[in-house]
Ligand binder design. Structure first.
Ligand code: GDP
Length: 708
C-alpha cells in the first residue's frame, strides 16, 4: 500500500516581521529549498490508515531572515551594522545583554546566546579587538550563519586592515565603514551555499527499501541468525536502558520553570538566570551518570563541640548541655547569659574588612615562561642556523605572532589542572579555560611577552571579573532603606548541614548590632535537635556583649522560636510580623540544614522563601568543598525553582563562604560558587569568633588562586 500525498495548510502565523509559519500536513513532496523545515509530529489517521507528517515551514525571504548584523570594537564602538528589512526593534538591548551576560562573564566559550525571541551568534576577533554579532529569530534554523559570520570577519578585516591597525577610539569613531555592499554579497553567497547543502528530498514509499520487501522476508524464523537476533536484542535492551535513563532524568528533574529572580528586575540578571537554568538542567540531568565527584570535605557529619578562639580572641567552649530545649512561646529575651571573661572582641563598625590572602610571587610564572622561551629558542636557533643564543631568545620573546589554540593548549592544560588543584570545580575550570582560549585566539601578543604569561594574565583578569560583584551589595545601606520604610530587612540563610549557618548568622548579628541595628533571629530550623538552643546561646552572648544599658534600654537581639516540628515557613512569617510590630531592624532566618537531594525539605525551603519573600536569600557554603560546591548550588537553585509555586521563583542571591581560615590557598570554591550562581560572595567566615567575618577581596583571592 502506498501512502497518499497530502499537503494541507492548516494555519499561517506571523512569527516575526519577516518570517511566517505555515503549518502543513504533508508526507510528500519535500519542501522547496528556500523553506526551512521543522517536522514536529507524525499523525496517523485511524480510519483510513493515512500517515501525515506535520511540518512547520518558515517562508524565508532572503536578507529579511536576519534581524541584525553588527560589528563593534571591544571598547564598545559600533563600526558597522545592518538591520533586517521590516525589523523595527533596536538591537542595542540584545547586544548589551550579550556583552553583560557572556563577554563580561567569561562565558564566551560558546558561540551563541539567546535573548528573548532572538538567537545571537557571535565571534571575537582578538587581533583587532572586534566582536561580530548576528541576530535572528530563534525559531528559525539558519544553517549558513556560521559561514556568514566567518566570511564577514575575514572580509571586514581585509578591507579595513589599515584603519583597524591604527586602533585609537577616536580614529574608529571618525571613520565610516562602508560595508553594506560586501555584506549583502556575502549573505547571498552564504545562503546559496546552504541551499546547495540542503537535505535530499524525501523518498516516496515506492522508492524506499521497505517497498521492495516481500511479506515473507519480514517473517522471523526461529533459530535463524542468532547473532543478528542477539544484536537486535541488545540494541533493544540498550534502547530500553536509554529510555529508562531518560525517564529517570525526567523524574529527578521535572521540566524546570523559567528561572528568574524577581528581586532585582535587571534584564542582565534575568538573562543570566536563564542561561544558568540551562546549565542547571544539563547538570541535573547528567548528575545520575556522574561518577567522579571530588572527595567530600572531611567535615564532621555529627555536630561537634565547638571551640571558640581559633583566632585567639575568645576561649570558652559553648556548652548547650544544660539548655535542653526549654522553649518559651515566641520571643526569648533572656539576657542574663554568662559573659565570657575571655571574650575580647574588636569593634566592627562600618563595612567589613576584606579577606587577606597571601599574594603570589611570580617565581613559578618565571619558571613556566622559561620553559616556553627555551622551546622557542630551540626552534629558532635551528632555523636561523647559528644565530641561536641571545638572538634566538629575543626572537622568542618579541611577540609578533598571533596566538592560536595549539600554542595555548599546553598552557591552558596546566592552568586547568592548577585551578582544579586549588579546589575550583573541574567543570568550571574547563569552561573558564575554554573561554580564555576564545578570548585570546588570534590576538597578537605584546612585545616581550610569552604565550604562558599572556594566557595566565587573561585568566587572572577573567577570575577577578567573575568574583567582582555584578550588583551593589551594601547590606548596611539596605537595612537603613528598609528602616526608612518602617519594615524589617529580612535575610534567609540556607545550606547543607554543618557548614556554619548558625555560627555565621550569629557573626552577622554581631556586626549588625555593632552598627546599631536591632536583630530578631528567627529559629526556623525546627528539625535538628539543639538548633534552637544553639541560637539561644548566641543570642544571650550577643546581648551580654551589647547589654540594653548600652543601647538606651533596648534589647539588641532577640530570638523568635516555636520549638521543634512546626512549619518553618509559618514561624518565619510570625517572626517577621513580630519584628515589624516591635520595630526590629533586621530579621535573620535560620533554616534547617538539608542535603540538596532531599526533596521534601527542599520544597519546604522553597515554600519558606516564596511565602516570606526575604530581601536576601543567602546560601551558606564551606570553602572546603570542590566539585561538591557546584552540585549543592545547582541543586539548591533548581529545587527552589522547581518547588516554587511562582513562575518567577526566587533563587539564591548571595553567598556566605565559611571556614575560609581552614583552606590555606585552596580558594577555588569562591570561584565555583560565584560562577554557578552569578551572585556575589557577601560574607566570608574566617574563624569561630564573632569578629571572624570579612567581605571578599577579589584580587586577593585571585592572587592566592594563581599562586603555585
Ligand atoms: P550549621 O549546622 O550550618 O548551623 O553549622 P554551625 O554553625 O553549627 O557550624 C558548624 C561548625 O563549623 C561549628 O563547629 C562552627 O564553629 C564551625 N564554623 C562555622 N563557621 C566557621 C568558620 O568560618 N571557620 C571555622 N574554622 N569554623 C567555622
Amino acid at each position: 500500500m502506498t501512502l497518499p500525498v497530502h499537503v494541507w495548510i492548516t494555519s499561517y502565523t506571523n512569527v516575526s516581521a519577516h518570517a511566517q509559519t505555515l503549518t502543513i500536513l504533508t508526507s510528500h513532496p519535500a519542501p522547496a529549498s528556500d523553506v526551512s523545515q521543522n517536522c514536529f509530529a507524525q499523525v496517523v489517521e485511524p480510519t483510513r490508515g493515512r500517515v501525515y507528517f506535520l511540518f512547520k515551514y518558515f517562508w524565508l525571504r532572503g536578507d529579511k531572515m536576519l534581524d541584525f548584523f553588527t560589528i563593534f570594537s571591544k571598547g564598545g564602538i559600533v563600526l558597522w551594522c545592518f538591520q533586517g528589512t521590516g525589523v523595527t526593534e533596536s538591537f542595542t538591548g540584545p547586544v548589551n545583554a550579550l556583552i553583560r551576560s557572556v563577554i563580561l562573564q567569561e562565558r564566551s566559550g560558546n558561540k551563541s546566546f539567546t535573548h528573548e525571541a532572538l538567537n545571537l551568534k557571535y565571534k571575537l576577533d582578538n587581533e583587532f579587538e572586534l566582536i561580530f554579532v548576528v541576530g535572528f529569530q530563534k525559531i528559525l534554523t539558519l544553517t549558513y550563519v556560521d559561514k556568514l559570520i566567518d566570511d564577514v570577519q575575514l572580509h571586514f578585516r581585509d578591507r579595513y586592515k589599515n584603519e583597524l591597525e591604527e586602533k585609537g577610539a577616536m580614529k574608529l569613531l571618525n571613520h565610516s565603514f562602508e560595508f553594506e555592499g560586501d555584506f549583502k554579497m556575502l549573505l547571498r553567497e552564504a545562503e546559496e551555499s546552504s541551499k546547495a547543502r540542503s537535505p535530499a528530498p524525501m523518498r516516496s514509499f515506492k522508492e524506499s527499501e521497505k517497498s521492495q520487501k516481500t511479506v515473507k522476508s519480514m517473517i522471523e524464523t526461529k533459530g535463524g541468525d542468532k547473532e543478528k537476533e542477539q544484536g537486535s536484542k541488545k540494541s533493544k535492551n540498550t534502547k530500553k536502558e536509554e529510555l529508562v535513563k531518560a525517564d529517570v532524568g525526567k523524574s529527578t528533574s521535572p521540566a524546570p520553570k523559567l528561572v528568574e529572580n524577581g528581586t532585582h528586575g535587571l534584564t542582565a540578571e534575568e538573562l543570566m538566570q536563564k542561561r544558568r537554568e540551562e546549565f542547571f538542567r544539563k547538570r541535573t540531568a547528567g548528575a545520575a551518570e556522574k561518577v567522579s565527584k571530588s572527595p567530600k570535605p572531611q567535615k564532621p557529619k555529627e555536630k561537634q563541640m565547638r571551640v571558640w578562639g581559633m583566632s585567639g580572641s575568645s576561649t570558652k567552649d559553648l556548652d548547650y548541655s544544660d539548655k535542653n530545649g526549654e522553649s518559651s512561646n515566641g520571643c526569648d529575651q533572656n539576657q542574663d547569659a554568662p559573659v565570657d571573661p575571655g571574650m575580647q572582641l574588636n569593634p566592627m563598625k562600618g563595612d567589613l574588612q576584606s579577606v587577606e590572602c597571601d599574594s603570589s610571587d611570580d617565581e613559578e610564572e618565571e619558571e613556566e615562561e622559561r620553559v616556553v622561551v627555551n622551546a622557542t629558542v630551540k626552534t629558532s636557533s635551528k632555523k636561523s642556523g647559528g644565530f641561536g643564543g641571545m638572538f634566538g631568545m629575543l626572537k622568542g620573546l618579541v611577540g609578533s605572532k598571533s596566538l592560536n589554540l595549539e600554542d595555548m593548549e599546553p598552557v591552558l592544560e596546566k592552568l586547568r589542572d592548577h585551578l582544579i588543584a586549588k579546589n575550583v570545580a573541574a567543570e568550571i575550570a574547563s569552561q573558564l579555560c575554554d573561554s580564555v582560549a576564545k578570548k585570546l585566539e588570534g590576538k597578537v601578543m605584546g612585545t616581550f611577552t610569552t604565550v604562558a604569561s599572556t594566557v595566565k594574565q587573561a585568566l587572572q583578569e577573567s577570575l577577578v571579573q567573575i568574583l567582582q560583584p555584578k550588583r551593589r551589595v551594601d547590606i548596611l545601606r539596605d537595612v537603613m532603606e528598609a528602616q526608612s520604610q518602617r519594615r524589617p530587612f529580612v535575610v534567609t540563610f540556607c545550606g547543607v548541614n554543618g557548614v556554619g549557618k548558625s555560627t555565621n548568622l550569629a557573626k552577622i548579628s554581631f556586626w549588625l548590632i555593632e552598627n546599631g541595628f536591632t536583630v530578631l533571629i528567627a529559629a526556623c530550623d525546627t528539625f535538628r535537635a539543639g538548633a534552637v538552643e544553639q541560637l539561644r546561646t548566641h543570642q544571650r552572648r550577643l546581648n551580654s556583649l551589647h547589654p540594653p544599658e548600652k543601647h538606651g534600654g533596648r534589647v539588641m537581639v532577640q530570638l523568635y522560636e516555636k520549638g521543634y516540628g512546626k512549619d518553618a515557613a509559618g514561624i518565619a512569617m510570625e517572626a517577621i510580623a513580630y519584628a515589624r510590630n516591635q520595630a526590629f531592624d533586621v530579621v535573620l532566618v535560620d533554616t534547617a540544614g538539608r542535603m540538596q537531594d532531599n526533596a521534601p525539605l527542599m520544597t519546604a525551603l522553597a515554600k519558606l522563601i516564596a511565602v516570606n519573600m526575604p530581601d536576601l536569600v543567602l546560601f551558606v557554603g564551606e570553602a572546603l568543598v570542590g566539585n561538591e560546591a557546584v552540585d549543592q548550588l545547582v541543586k539548591f537553585n533548581q529545587a527552589l525553582a522547581d518547588h516554587s509555586m511562582s513562575d518567577k521563583p526566587r533563587l539564591i542571591d548571595g553567598i556566605v563562604l565559611t571556614k575560609f581560615d581552614t583552606i590555606d590557598d585552596k580558594v577555588g570554591a569562591a570561584i565555583s560558587m560565584t560562577y554557578i550562581t552569578g551572585q556575589p560572595i557577601v560574607f566570608v567566615g574566617t574563624g569561630q569568633t564573632y569578629n571572624d567575618l570579612r567581605s571578599l577581596n577579589a584580587r586577593a583571592v585571585v592572587s592566592a588562586l594563581m599562586k603555585a
